[in-house]
Design a protein around this ligand. Structure first.
Ligand code: NAD
Ligand code: UDP
Length: 313
């Protein structure tokens, strides 16, 4: 049994990590300030005596004895990370410093939930880990993108200077049950709009692409990375290479929900990347991992989740 700290443990991804790590027989501590996370996501785990919940902000130091740290604390949806951009930078940067300092002191393995956003609006397609990215340092998305880029820098620096045992996962767009219904991300927005019969809001002309990964695939890939050989640090792309336009996604959601919703067009947000698709050859080779759940199957499960959520609220 390992003792594992999950920062951002009550968020969308964090709650799935807590659940999976507990099911594997570990002791798990969720640390969260509940900015975008919710107790609802972890309430079903609370009866487990090997699960602990801490309300704390990662921008402040925190001390605990654990074997592993999954550092996920950070709002991930553009609406939320742009709400207080200075706090977003602090969460990524000071959060990384505090968690890396802890990992150094207690000699824990620490994994950073980085993002495909480090590639910005990419000029290389698909994106490989050796692409340095195309990020606007002063745009609306920069608090998140640059914060995550500095966090990667800190992880590598703590490893090289202090021998901290690090892993870096670059996560591509992930969706599934427990996404916040109002967090503004495209999959949750479209499903909630379709189920309520509201207009489906496509930003821009809908020709921009994303590659959508179902949450279970992500969890498997990231846990394999945490347990990979000591000298494999990443960064490694964890994503589904299936690439869809936003218009294709809108049409799929309408068909799958049988909704009468109409598609409407709204302005494209500033610096919205035109395309995104991971090259996952490194993950395949090093982690023997690739995603298994196609978009239609994952959307079906996610639609069922939101349908239940909306009928019970
Ligand atoms: P989320 O917003 O659901 O979860 C983030 C969690 O972190 C929330 O529970 C929130 O309350 C908590 N948090 C935020 N600021 C905090 C702070 N200062 N102190 C303590 N807790 C704080 O988002 P998610 O989709 O679950 O993303 C989790 C991580 O994965 C994030 O770091 C995100 O950048 C990364 N990621 C997610 C995706 C994706 O598609 N979901 C893609 C790339 C990277
Ligand atoms: N998007 C959209 N309608 C929405 C929400 C998002 O057309 O209601 C678009 C958004 O402009 C972007 C894509 O969908 O091109 C993915 O957006 P999301 O916020 O989910 O993730 P990110 O842009 O961070 O990849």
């Amino acid at each position: 049994m390992k003792r594992i700290l999950v920062t951002g443990g009550s968020g969308f991804l964090g709650s799935h990590f807590c659940e999976r790590l507990l099911n594997e027989g570990n002791e798990v501590i969720s640390l969260d300030n509940y900015f975008t996370g919710e107790k609802r996501n972890i309430v079903h785990l609370m009866d487990n005596p090997y699960f602990e919940v801490v309300r704390h902000d990662v921008t402040m130091p925190f001390f605990i004895e654990v074997d592993e740290i999954y550092n996920l604390a950070c709002p991930a949806s553009p609406v939320h990370y742009q709400y207080n951009p200075i706090k977003t930078v602090k969460t990524s940067v000071m959060g990384a410093i505090n968690m890396l300092g802890l990992a150094k002191r207690i000699k824990a393995r620490i994994l950073q939930a980085s993002t495909s956003e480090v590639y910005g609006d990419p000029e290389v397609h698909p994106q490989k880990e050796n692409y340095w990215g195309h990020v606007n340092p002063i745009g609306k998305r920069s608090c998140y993108d640059e914060g995550k880029r500095v966090a990667e820098t800190l992880f590598v620096n703590y490893h090289e200077q202090n021998n901290v045992r690090i892993k870096i996962a670059r996560i591509f767009n992930t969706y599934g049950p427990r996404m916040h219904p109002h967090d503004g991300r495209v999959v949750s927005n479209f499903i909630v709009q379709a189920l309520k019969g509201e207009n489906i809001t496509v930003y821009g002309n809908g020709e921009q692409t994303r590659s959508f990964q179902y949450v279970d695939d992500l969890i498997e890939g990231v846990i394999r990375l945490m347990n990979s050989r000591e000298d494999f640090l990443g960064p490694v792309n964890i994503g589904n290479p299936g690439e869809f336009t936003i218009m294709e996604l809108a049409e799929k959601v309408i068909n799958m929900t049988g909704s009468k919703s109409k598609i409407i067009f709204e302005p494209l947000p500033e610096d919205d990347p035109l395309q995104r698709k991971p090259d996952i050859s490194l993950a395949k080779e090093e982690l023997k991992w690739e995603p298994k759940i196609p978009l239609d199957e994952g959307l079906k499960k996610t639609i069922t989740y939101f349908d239940n959520l909306l009928s019970n609220s």
